[in-house]
Structure formats: structure tokens, C-alpha cells
Design a protein around this ligand. Structure first.
Ligand SMILES: O=C(O)CCC(=O)C(=O)O
Length: 237
């Protein structure tokens, strides 16, 4: 059973992220990678945000015990999967991801959730790995963001953290091999450089929350345990 180490959990608390090596063996990722390539990338369904609502394959893959056992020490035993995001970026033209806090996008009360960024292939600075600003999650505060033109800026998101809120020189690159993952807190500032390399960059991001948080937008999947929202949460699947 894969679980975060106590050092990783301490780092999550202190810095708002950690890297866990070998969550999956590369050969255990062939099925999900082939599925994403066929049903998302080659079917022109990118950006694929929340495909788990319609697609049972994603709901089931992302709710396998191996992942839930890993997530349980972070969010507790009653777990809702609420986002799956295929962050595939093609060679040469893959967009940048502006600096942002996930929490500014999310309708959830309270915002208690973690994101697992699973590398489906090698990601490094050349093909635009994710970068994080350690410690910026502290205080659980939403920081100022402004809108940007996604098309003009070839950006994967439309909001960017105001640059008086952070020091980019403190950034840490999430360099991962196939099967490694990084885990980040919903208030951590993070982003990614564009993929201008000749290689693709394929990451699967899965977000989980305790069912005691409330989210009524219909995208929750009760992955483990029971609902603790007194019936306020709306589940799919
Ligand atoms: O992989 C990326 O480019 C950004 C990922 C991200 O923002 C996230 O998973 O919250």
C-alpha cells in the first residue's frame, strides 16, 4: 500500500506540497495513458476538465484503492473525487499555466482539498513541468488575481496571481519520472512554463476533498466512506 511518509506530510503542512516517487510503476499507467490519448487527446476533447462526470472510466480509475489509500492520510476516510483534469500539453505549442491558487477558482466550503499531479511521462523544465512557490498556502488566504487573455498569451487558465504577492525566485520545479506524483494544497501558488520542447507533457490531475466540505455543483463522486455534509453535497455517477 502506498501512503505518504511522515516527512512528506510534514512538508505538505509546511511548504504546501510534496513529491512522492513511484506511486505507480510505468507499466501500471499504460491503460490510463492509452485511454487519454484515444478518448481525449486524439478525439480533440482537450482541455478535458472533469471528464469523470460523464465517463465512468475516469471515475473508477481515479477511485481505485491504491489512490484512495494514498489520499486518506491527507483528507481523511470520507473522500469525494471532484475533479479529474487531463493536463496534456503537446510538443512545441503547449500553453503556459499562469501563477495561480486553485482555491480562487473553486466553489467549496470550506476549501479543504488536495491535488495529485500524476506524471504519465517524464516531466522536467524542458517540457514545462509544474512549478510551485513553497509556503504560499499558509494562512489559507486567497490572494489577488487579475484576468489575462488566454488566447493571446497561450495560457491554460484565465487568471494570474498579482505579481506583488510572491517572489518567483523561490520557485521549485516538480521534476517527475513516469509514475511519480506531486501533491499540492489548494492555496499554494503554482504554475508552469510553456512546453516548447519536442516532447509532449502528459499529467493526470486528480482532486479529492473530505465529504464534510460542501460543493453543490454536481461533480462530486463519493469515492470512499460516507457523505458528511448532511445531504448538501450533490454526487454524480
Ligand atoms: O500542469 C499544469 O500546467 C498546471 C496544473 C495545475 O495548475 C493544477 O493541477 O492545479
Amino acid at each position: 500500500m502506498a501512503v505518504p511518509t511522515s516527512e512528506e506530510l510534514q512538508q505538505y503542512e509546511k511548504d504546501g506540497y510534496f513529491i512522492h516517487r513511484d506511486l505507480f510503476k510505468p507499466e501500471e499507467l499504460h491503460e490510463v495513458t492509452d485511454y487519454i490519448m484515444e478518448h481525449v487527446v486524439e478525439s480533440h476533447r482537450l482541455p478535458a476538465v472533469q471528464p469523470h462526470i460523464q465517463d465512468a472510466f475516469f471515475r473508477e480509475w481515479c477511485s481505485q484503492d491504491h489512490l484512495l489509500d494514498f489520499v486518506e492520510p491527507i483528507v481523511g476516510p470520507d473522500i469525494a473525487l471532484w475533479t479529474v483534469h487531463c493536463f496534456y500539453k503537446p510538443p512545441i505549442s503547449g500553453p503556459r499555466t499562469p501563477w495561480h491558487q486553485d482555491a480562487v477558482y473553486w466553489e467549496m466550503e470550506p476549501v479543504v482539498t488536495c491535488s495529485i499531479w500524476l506524471a504519465l511521462e517524464q516531466v522536467d523544465e524542458e517540457n514545462g513541468c509544474m512549478r510551485v512557490l513553497p509556503g504560499t498556502h499558509r494562512g489559507n488566504r486567497k490572494l489577488g488575481h487579475h484576468g489575462i487573455d488566454r488566447v493571446k498569451e497561450n495560457a491554460s487558465l484565465g487568471l494570474e496571481t498579482n505579481n506583488d504577492q510572491f517572489d518567483e525566485s523561490t520557485s521549485v520545479s516538480m521534476i517527475l519520472d513516469t509514475g511519480d506524483c506531486s501533491v499540492h494544497h489548494s492555496h499554494l501558488i503554482h504554475g508552469a512554463m510553456p512546453n516548447t520542447s519536442g516532447r509532449s507533457r502528459n499529467g493526470l490531475v486528480m482532486r479529492y476533498m473530505p465529504t464534510s466540505s460542501v460543493r453543490t455543483t454536481g461533480d462530486l463522486y463519493l469515492a470512499r466512506g460516507r457523505d458528511l455534509s448532511e445531504g448538501k453535497n450533490v454526487y454524480c455517477g
